[in-house]
Design a protein around this ligand. Structure first.
Ligand SMILES: NC(=O)c1ccc[n+]([C@@H]2O[C@H](COP(=O)([O-])OP(=O)(O)OC[C@H]3O[C@@H](n4cnc5c(N)ncnc54)[C@H](O)[C@@H]3O)[C@@H](O)[C@H]2O)c1
Ligand SMILES: [Zn+2]
Length: 268
């Protein structure tokens, strides 16, 4: 295993990864909250992870919603307002560019903020849904499974279902809930790749955390980009420590130099 530290700037380690990122490589990237940190979206486990003294893990559950829907919706309304004011950062932009130039590129994200889509990324698999979607809590017969709603701030909390007038819930996958089987199947398929990168995720939430192991089983070259060590660090071929937005920009620049076409790889 090779380790790179962005603060030290040992660039040859980046070159090892760049070597793997051949123009025809099948590339899969798994992202977590760390990718959006530089945009100002708080991570769950970072210093900014608390809201009114509540831990995210105690709010993002069906039990918490059943107990106190107003509290949970107030938290989501706050997060939606905060995310609405954020813009995609350099990490989102590099990945969006790769989604255009790598033919077999797949982006799997645990993020619900929609910033990958706003950066223009193609083929995004959203494991945990979207904060910009809602669903009927009672799953009433007339309502679709989920629908788009990006009203910020919400005029009424908790918001009502326009089909049955009951409560609606955020269209995200909460702790303890199942990921949509069709999405999960496509995530597993995407682990059959040449290069698998895990970026800005604490790698503790399953099944996202097991995807890197699957990719290894399929013979992929694996690397992790994170500010700190995670449970995935000991598994991957290469660990790159530092901010995703800086490391991805550096990789992208090297790719441009190596393959002679920097414009195609990132200067969007
Ligand atoms: N932006 C979002 O949509 C968002 C935000 C918070 C939580 N979540 C949800 O929280 C769950 C928690 O999992 P998670 O692993 O995504 O988040 P997490 O909060 O558990 O972990 C974030 C990870 O990112 C790293 N990190 C922070 N800033 C970074 C940077 N600039 N560059 C690289 N790495 C950085 C941290 O070291 C940490 O390991 C997911 O299910 C997700 O749906 C989503
Ligand atoms: Zn309804």
């Amino acid at each position: 295993m090779h380790t790179y530290n962005a603060h030290v700037g040992s660039s040859p380690a980046v070159d090892l990864l760049v070597n793997q990122l051949a123009p025809d490589a099948r590339v899969t990237v798994l992202t977590g909250a760390g990718v959006s940190a530089a945009s100002g979206v708080p991570t769950f486990r970072g210093a900014d992870g608390l809201w009114k003294q509540h831990r995210a893990e105690d709010l993002a559950t069906p039990e918490a919603f059943a107990r106190d829907p107003r509290l949970v919706w107030e938290w989501y309304d706050w997060r939606r307002q905060r995310i609405a004011a954020c813009r995609p950062n350099g990490a989102h932009e590099v990945l969006a560019a790769w989604s255009e130039c790598y033919p077999g590129f797949t982006l799997i994200t645990q993020n619900v903020d929609g910033l990958h889509e706003r950066a223009g990324t193609r083929r995004v698999l959203r494991m945990h849904g979207s904060i910009w979607e809602v669903a009927c809590w009672a799953r009433c017969a007339g309502s679709p499974l989920r629908w788009h709603d990006d009203t910020v701030p919400l005029p009424v909390i908790p918001p009502r279902c326009s089909y049955c007038d009951g409560m609606i819930r955020p269209g995200v996958v909460w702790f303890g809930e199942a990921i949509a089987p069709a999405i999960l199947m496509r995530c597993h398929e995407a682990t059959r790749c040449d290069v698998f990168l895990t970026v800005g995720t604490s790698a503790v939430v399953y099944p996202a955390a097991s995807l890197v192991q699957e990719a290894l089983m399929h013979g992929a070259y694996t690397a992790e980009i994170n500010l700190e060590a995670t449970p995935a660090s000991s598994l991957v071929d290469q660990v790159l420590h530092g901010p995703a937005e800086i490391i991805l920009a550096e990789i992208n620049e090297r790719l441009g130099l190596r393959h002679g076409n920097p414009a195609a790889r990132g200067s969007r």
